[in-house]
Design a protein around this ligand. Structure first.
Ligand code: ZN
Length: 610
């Protein structure tokens, strides 16, 4: 501790086999006589109450005169009384959740986010902190290293030792990986960037190191500056997983092994595979957040703590605009061609249009209720909610194309983002609940009130067809999964005849044909079939997960199906009459045309020709 450091933390992965971190917190003299300690209930960027205190145990405190009385006040708060002199607090944290939002420790590696481990001391939020990261005991861990964007004090590069944080917010914004990892390094605008890759893989890391800089540069060019002196992607590779969380100087990613570029296959085609495209999109997404949400922040986040839910209607903007620019940067940086980009965009349109919940919940409501709805999705979610990521991305797309059309190409969403950065990025002034809407109108000179009212507060489907046509892109629809020999799909994307549909989705990965979702106001629901039911026979023929989808697709419109299903242990029979598949079972396709006029507009938008 130095004179200015009142808080000093020590973290040791003391018992990796039991998934337990030991944490010590030393509080300098003069902070008493009473101290309030607390754990956050949620982690910035993930809008769900996680109650990190539930994994904390064995909290004791000691002063110069011996142990100090500790009183627990609520699920996440403790009070220490009669303090005279420096205090040492010790506790254990159980870490066995392999997500980018919490902590994970075993004999292969350790990973944690600050909110999982670090007690906050009331009144000392602004105090600088020192963190000592200690290795686990034993020769088996001798080759473990540390990857974090936290500022080093006296630790060697990538090593255990001392680190520094400016204040509590900074302390909890640098996830830490401990273990064995591959490290790749590249520069963006002269600023060192790294990716630490943990987990088993055979990836072509040099290809990643070549593909990431142009994507990062794209975002820096959009905002006009790169406000970091270092940046770290922490990537955990698993068999099947996907997720990311943004931080000011780093991001944590989880990806599937198959999404990493393979040395041989990728060299053959040169084009990124669908999985690799998704991984680049994820990196692009989290990197964009370095400006948009980490530095340009909703005012309500700046004004509130992490003890309880903080509601905002603006997640459509912070996540949706980010979801729009993440893929856009792939085409603008030349990582994708126009065709590849339109495929990704069409997937977004399809994802939003698939769920009838889009007609029930506006994207502003989806933002506001993220805590209890988007983050707590159940079997009825497809009927009840819309994603502020997916629909937010479509709002951003529609806003961009509208601005380009109505200003004859003089302005775009890029100008709005740059202005947002200049007004809020460096200044620390939070964005008001309708601040982005007001700024967009000001920067473009357009009256966008009707656009925003419909897009953010309404639940009607957007008609993107006209907007796409301004950029020479045609939007078409075709059934997702009609068997070619029955429902049929022609090359022109027109159904030969409508596909039959009963409106259920089955649980993926199950051997049994268990119903995951019953879509609202469709034949299966009208017949009484419910989520959780297990289909055992269709028209008297045994069925399971392998055959049910196909048997249902081969049904005829208007011809009743006899369906036997178990609900709990009771066999039930349903008479279901298939109907023509509605648009939300269809897949959207985007096709670029090549007229000279729209080609120029498209090139201005996508930064590319063709
Ligand atoms: Zn995001």
């Amino acid at each position: 501790m130095t004179a200015s450091t009142q808080l000093s933390y020590r973290v040791r992965p003391a018992r990796p086999e039991a998934h337990l971190f030991d944490v010590e917190l030393e509080i300098a003299a003069g902070a008493g006589p009473t101290l309030i300690l607390s754990m956050p209930a949620w982690i910035p960027g993930s809008y769900m109450i996680r109650d990190f205190a539930r994994n904390l145990s064995g909290l004791v405190a000691e002063g110069p005169e011996g142990s100090v009385a500790v009183t627990k006040l609520d699920k996440q708060t403790w009070r220490l009384d009669d303090i005279d002199g420096p205090i040492q607090v010790r506790y254990q944290v159980y870490a066995w959740e392999l997500t980018v939002r919490s902590a994970h420790l075993d004999t292969t590696h350790g990973y944690f986010n600050g909110p999982s481990l670090f007690l906050r001391v009331a009144g000392l939020d602004a105090s600088p902190c020192r963190v000592d990261l200690l290795p686990p005991d034993g020769a088996a861990y001798a080759d473990w290293r540390v990857a974090t964007s936290m500022r080093r004090a006296d630790s060697p590069p990538w090593g255990f030792g001392g680190y520094l944080a400016d204040d509590y917010a900074d302390l909890i914004d640098h996830p830490v990986e401990m273990g064995r990892f591959d490290l790749l390094e590249f520069q963006v605008r002269g600023v060192p960037h790294w990716m630490a890759v943990t987990g088993r893989h055979h990836a072509d890391l040099p290809r990643l190191a070549a593909d990431l800089p142009p994507i990062c540069e794209q975002h820096a060019a959009l905002f006009g500056e790169l406000p970091v002196d270092r940046y770290l992607f922490l990537t955990t590779v698993v068999g099947d997983g996907y997720g990311g969380l943004e931080h000011r100087f780093s991001s944590s990613l989880i990806c599937s092994r198959g999404e990493l570029p393979e040395p041989v296959a990728e060299a053959d085609s040169g084009k990124p595979s669908a999985g690799y495209r998704r991984l680049l999109g994820l990196c692009s997404h989290e990197y964009f957040h370095l400006w948009h949400v980490k530095r340009i922040r909703p005012a309500v986040f700046a004004d509130n703590g992490l003890e309880r839910e903080v509601h905002t209607r603006t997640l459509w903007a912070f996540e949706g605009i980010t979801s729009y620019y993440d893929d856009l940067a792939l085409v603008r940086s030349g990582r994708l061609d126009v065709h590849g980009y339109l495929e990704m965009l069409a997937e977004t349109v399809t994802r939003v249009m698939r769920n009838p919940g889009r007609l029930r919940q506006s994207v502003a409501e989806s933002s506001f209720d993220a805590w209890t709805k988007f983050y707590k999705q159940d079997e009825n979610a497809p009927n009840a909610i819309v994603s502020y990521y997916g629909k937010g991305a479509l709002v951003a797309l529609a806003l961009d194309l509208t601005i380009r059309r109505d200003t004859a190409g003089a302005r775009s969403l890029d100008d709005v983002m740059r202005a947002l950065w200049q007004r809020h990025g460096g200044t620390g002034v939070g964005v008001a609940e309708r601040g982005i809407e007001a700024l967009a109108a000001e920067i473009t000179g357009l009256d966008l009130s009707d656009f925003f009212h419909r897009a953010l507060d309404g639940t009607d489907d957007f008609d993107l067809t006209d907007l796409f046509s301004t950029a020479g892109i045609e939007m078409r629809l075709r059934p997702t999964s009609g068997p070619k020999d029955v429902g049929g799909v022609s090359d022109a994307f027109e159904p030969v005849r409508p596909v039959a549909d009963i409106g259920v989705r089955l649980q993926p990965g199950n051997a049994e044909a268990q119903v995951a979702v019953v879509l609202d106001q469709r034949p299966a629901q009208r017949a009484g079939l419910s989520a959780g039911d297990v289909l055992v026979a269709i028209d008297g023929l045994r069925t399971d997960a392998g055959s049910a989808d196909d048997m249902l697709r081969r049904a005829r419109i208007g011809e009743p199906l006899q369906v036997h299903a178990f609900r709990r242990d009771e066999l039930m029979r349903f008479r279901i009459v298939p109907e023509p598949a509605p648009a939300d079972t269809c897949e959207f396709r985007l096709i670029a045309d090549a007229s000279a006029e729209t080609l120029a507009r498209r090139a201005a938008w996508l930064g590319t020709v063709g």
